[in-house]
Write a protein that binds this ligand. Structure first.
Ligand SMILES: NC(=O)c1ccc[n+]([C@@H]2O[C@H](COP(=O)([O-])OP(=O)(O)OC[C@H]3O[C@@H](n4cnc5c(N)ncnc54)[C@H](O)[C@@H]3O)[C@@H](O)[C@H]2O)c1
Length: 264
């Protein structure tokens, strides 16, 4: 049951990579604020689970399972959302990939995968969404970059290059589409407690590397943040909700760090 006091009442949106982590937390939070959400993920079981959680709380959501490395699929999810829910108001391009560690051993396939998921796919989804948002009188595009899109990353140069690219694209689109009532922003999470964080902390050469226990590594890495802990996915989702909602009606072209002070 939604009312006009819900911050996303009557809105329809797409959240990619919402079968896990921050994307799932966002889908659940946005749906609880009245949005109808297309839950997009390559892992169908995981996407089904997100939708089940939303429906169990009385929210509305639909699964779309597919591989966002595929250009056609990255575009088609826009039409799928419109077909299912009748309109489109926002897209949260959350999908990404850690990419290879280091640069000297990089292979074309590793590079392609990282650039496909961090940059290419989100560009195609956005390209498909813009005319639909324009036709509907406006809307919101939100990208997920990272603190590695704001400052260099010692251990993940390809990832950092792609995320800087995401911010450059978003800022350009913000200027280009502001007059059409389309806002474009970026959320830049610091270390966040999801499966992907486990990939990052495994990288060779990490400060304070510990052998063996991955959870010890996560705790140790997280304790380096000024707040002494990693973010929980819902803490990123809350900031994303602000950017997508009318609370941020005069905010566009922003890359918002949600990092417990890591880049302060
Ligand atoms: N976790 C962190 O510490 C952290 C920090 C900064 C930024 N990020 C960014 O957040 C985003 C996702 O991170 P998370 O930690 O929420 O993720 P996660 O590891 O919890 O989940 C990633 C999801 O992406 C899906 N996915 C992977 N490849 C896909 C593909 N080809 N097509 C469709 N779906 C695919 C997976 O099935 C999974 O459900 C990425 O853009 C990442 O760069 C993460």
């Amino acid at each position: 049951m939604t009312s006009l006091t819900h911050r996303l009442a009557n809105k329809v949106g797409i959240i990619t990579a919402s079968g896990s982590g921050m994307g799932r937390a966002g889908a659940i939070l946005f749906a609880s604020e009245g949005a109808r959400v297309l839950v997009v993920d390559a892992n169908k079981d995981a996407a089904d689970k997100t939708v089940e959680m939303i429906r169990a709380s009385g929210g509305q959501a639909q699964v779309s399972a597919g591989d966002l490395c595929d250009e056609a699929y990255s575009r088609d999810i826009v039409e799928e959302a419109v077909k299912h829910f009748g309109r489109l108001d926002f897209v949260w391009n959350h999908v990404g990939h850690p990419g290879p560690a280091g640069l000297e051993e990089v292979s074309t396939s590793d590079l392609d995968l990282a650039l496909n998921l961090n940059l290419r796919s989100v560009l195609f989804t956005t390209a498909a969404a813009l005319p639909v948002l324009r036709k509907g009188g406006g809307g919101n595009i939100l990208f997920t970059a990272s603190t590695s899109g704001l400052e260099g990353s010692k251990y993940s140069p390809v990832y950092s290059a792609a995320k800087f690219g995401v911010i450059g694209m978003a800022r350009s689109l913000a200027k280009a589409h502001a007059a059409e009532n389309i806002r474009v922003n970026v959320i830049c999470p610091g270390a966040t407690n999801t499966p992907m964080l486990r990939t990052f902390v495994r990288r060779p050469g990490q400060e304070g590397d510990l052998p063996g226990d991955i959870e010890k590594l996560v705790t140790q890495r997280s304790s380096l943040s000024p707040m002494g802990r990693a973010a929980e996915p819902v803490e990123i989702a809350r900031a994303a909700l602000f950017l997508v909602s009318d609370d941020a009606s005069y905010v566009t072209g922003v890359a918002l760090a949600v990092d417990g002070g890591a880049t302060a």
